[in-house]
Design a protein around this ligand. Structure first.
Ligand code: GLN
Length: 305
């Protein structure tokens, strides 16, 4: 398997030239667009890797799955009174549907509007406790106790996050979020700025692929039905407005972030974490998608085969 992954890294390197790193969060523009890494973890916790797997980067919207899981564990499926279940087909930070007076909730928990709403629902007495609960669940899902926030990225998001502020004030105006806008945004910017690596991503994927049970400790982290819901959203909405294309071309549940990471949960088979900071116009890792195309073909991972 390590050999296969090494070949995949080599065969996809040049795709980095076709995109660019995210610049709208200035700190992210410092990433080297030519690095790439891949890690897979199977249900017996066999770990395989190739490429630049020692690089740390921020989790960005891949955190949306973690916060969704927390909100589901706090409230059950009442979560969907406030957030829908449908792909939006719009860019992840679009305001378009939110400003439409007939829209009564964000389309799904994977777009920024849905994710900010989900974050507002996580039970906590204050914003410190809320982010601590998010970090703790990431520690459980990754089996990594050294999970921290990258404060440079957080400050960069704070400085340039006006689109997200606009989204949050619309949500507040429509009574979709009930707590203080500033507090919710602080948590949202912090959750996006949590640092992980490809191993952490593969572990999150492996836990979800394994029905919510950690492949490291064999302990249940997530109730089975919520692990299933998370994989459903990853499949239908995880790659932003490219989710349909990805479903046809790759065919596995996946969630991406603008740092260039993608994690995947192939049910009962494996978790995958990839990094490639060069993004396409939708905000997905170009090299990451190419790597996943090759791996799913080679290992016959498409969930419909
Ligand atoms: N922090 C980013 C934002 O709010 C996350 C977006 C993403 O990864 N798609 O814009």
């Amino acid at each position: 398997m390590n050999k296969i992954l090494k070949k995949i890294i080599n065969d996809t390197k040049t795709f980095a030239n076709q995109g660019k790193v995210a610049t709208y969060i200035p700190e992210l523009s410092k990433m080297n667009k030519n690095i790439s890494g891949i890690v897979t973890i199977d249900m017996n916790n066999n770990i395989y890797s190739a490429g630049d797997t020692d690089i740390k980067f921020t989790i960005q919207s891949m955190s949306n799955i973690v916060t969704l899981l927390l909100a589901l564990m706090d409230h059950g499926e009442k979560v969907f009174d406030k957030v829908g279940k449908e792909p939006s087909g719009d860019p992840f930070n679009s305001l378009k549907r939110l400003t439409n007076k007939n829209t009564d909730k964000p389309y799904n928990p994977m777009i920024n509007a849905g994710s900010i709403t989900i974050t507002s629902m996580i039970k906590a007495d204050n914003k410190e406790e809320r982010i601590a609960r998010i970090i703790n669940l990431i520690k459980d899902l990754t089996g990594n106790d050294n999970i921290e926030i990258n404060m440079d990225v957080y400050n960069s998001e704070l400085k340039t996050g006006d689109k997200n502020r606009s989204i949050a004030y619309f949500l507040k105006d429509k009574n979709i979020i009930e707590c203080e806008v500033c507090d919710v945004l602080d948590t949202y910017f912090k959750q996006c700025s949590i640092e992980i690596d490809c191993f952490d991503l593969a572990n999150i994927g492996a836990t979800l692929a394994n029905d919510g049970i950690s492949t490291i400790t064999n302990k249940r982290i997530i109730p089975s039905k919520y692990a299933t819901i998370a994989k459903a959203f990853m499949f239908t909405c995880g790659m932003y407005d490219d989710s349909g294309e990805f479903a046809v071309e790759v065919g596995i549940p996946a969630k991406s972030g603008v740092s260039g990471g993608i994690f995947c949960a192939v049910p009962n088979k494996m978790g995958i974490g990839v990094l490639g900071p060069s993004l396409d116009e939708k905000g997905n890792s170009i090299v990451g998608i190419e790597m996943l195309k090759l791996l799913t073909k080679e290992k016959n991972l498409c969930i419909f085969n």
